[in-house]
Ligand binder design. Structure first.
Ligand code: NAD
Length: 377
């Protein structure tokens, strides 16, 4: 099986789908791995590093896309590049399938089997392939480091002969994978952390990391789904949440929002009146910004400062700010997935639509949209 890894085309993307270590693992399985020249530039891996791991460096992206049996990339491709892949080939990347019906149709039309990293089920078996989690974990870390960098104060309490400095106050909204890492990182740096999530078990996890849990009785069912994701709140519940957490925002130096609802737009959790009540010099880092954001007034991809001096950070690809580790984790997710479904005799990735894991993440196959959720749409 020929596996090709092209360079990412989105200028904000610094990650690569494969690092030399994971490339070496695939070569050991019996795959022919080729990477586009310069693939590891941003994550500090040279073409020679990939070659030393047994991969070849492809000079011609178009020709390699056309002859590959499998293409791995981080971000979704544009339709023109799908058109270059041969029928029967496999493509694996983040695909944003809920918002990309045309892209899914293009994969089906081309006869390419498209696998979406977002749709890998959250089972114990699949944890080693769970790219959403491996990347969210790093994003949570980056959010805190970015905030620490922008603040005009330090984070820990200090008692010195020159006086006492109070610890910075952090408020983390959404205690999933990213939120938990944000709490752990902020605590390690000495901040005082409060956290909120709609799922009760997440509040307990926050407390076990030393954060104060904000408890709001939203009424109704706020338990998570069997996959660990939150369910969408009603508009009344959201209003109640916004009111109750407003006071905490006003007292915080840093608010980090990470709240997402799988397959839907992120909820707006902080409105402009609350931003207006925050202290000058305080800031909000919105990790949901790329999908629309949790904060009113956030500008996706940018940092803006409001009239009252509050910095709103709405960048995308937070994990891409630590490209070496983000690439390492993502590449391991790819290698684990391919290894799991590797047919040693055929030396190829075996598509098996009866497999529970593949049922979850294979979107198109054999010229059709095979995933139930997207076929209906
Ligand atoms: P996510 O990125 O979908 O959402 C981030 C967080 O936002 C979640 O904790 C969610 O509950 C929260 N949220 C949603 N609406 C909110 C609101 N209105 N206010 C406040 N918070 C809100 O979730 P995620 O981080 O990908 O994962 C969530 C959980 O899934 C994890 O904490 C973990 O326990 C579980 N998980 C399980 C597996 C597994 O293999 N079983 C793997 C990864 C994660």
């Amino acid at each position: 099986m020929k596996i090709f890894v092209p360079r990412e085309t989105d200028p904000i993307e610094t990650r690569a789908a494969l690092d030399p270590e994971a490339a070496g693992k695939l070569v050991k399985l019996g795959a022919e791995v080729s990477v586009e020249s310069g693939l590891g530039e941003a994550s500090s891996h040279s073409d020679e590093d990939y070659q030393a791991a047994g991969a070849t460096v492809a000079p011609d992206r178009g020709a390699s896309l056309a002859e590959a049996d499998m293409v791995l990339r981080v971000r979704k491709p544009d339709a023109a590049e799908i058109g270059k892949q041969k029928s029967g080939a496999i493509h694996i990347s983040f695909l944003d399938p809920f918002n990309e019906p045309d892209l899914i149709a293009a994969f089906a039309k081309q006869g390419v089997t498209a696998i979406s990293l977002e749709m890998i089920p959250r089972s114990t078996l699949a944890q080693k392939m769970d790219a959403i989690s491996s990347q969210a974990n790093l994003a949570g870390y980056v959010a805190v480091i970015l905030a620490a960098n922008r603040l005009k104060t330090i984070l820990p309490m200090m008692m010195t002969p020159a006086g006492t400095i109070s610890p910075a106050k952090f408020f983390i909204v959404g205690i999933g994978v990213a939120g938990l890492q944000a709490i752990a990182t902020a605590k390690r740096l000495g901040a005082r952390v409060t956290a909120f999530d709609v799922r009760a078990e997440a509040l307990e996890q926050a407390e076990s990391l030393g954060a104060k849990a904000l408890r709001i009785d939203l009424g109704g069912d706020t338990a998570g789904t069997s996959q660990g994701y939150a369910k969408e709140l009603t508009s009344e519940q959201l209003e109640k949440q916004r009111q109750e957490q407003g006071k905490v925002c006003a007292q915080s130096d840093v608010v980090i929002t990470t709240a997402k609802v799988f397959g839907r737009k992120p909820p707006i959790l902080i409105k402009s009146d609350v931003v207006a009540s925050m202290k000058p010099g305080s800031l909000i880092v919105d990790l949901a910004a790329e999908g629309g954001g949790n904060v009113e007034g956030i500008v996706p991809g940018e940092e803006v400062v409001t009239d009252n001096g509050v910095r709103l950070i709405g960048l995308a690809n937070y994990e891409g700010r630590v490209p070496a580790h983000a690439t390492q984790m993502l590449a391991a997710n790819f290698a684990n997935m391919i290894g799991h479904f590797w047919d040693a005799e055929a030396k190829a990735f075996k598509i098996d639509l009866a497999d529970e894991l593949q049922k979850g993440c294979v979107i198109t196959h054999g010229g059709e949209i095979v995933h139930e959720r997207f076929r209906k749409a």
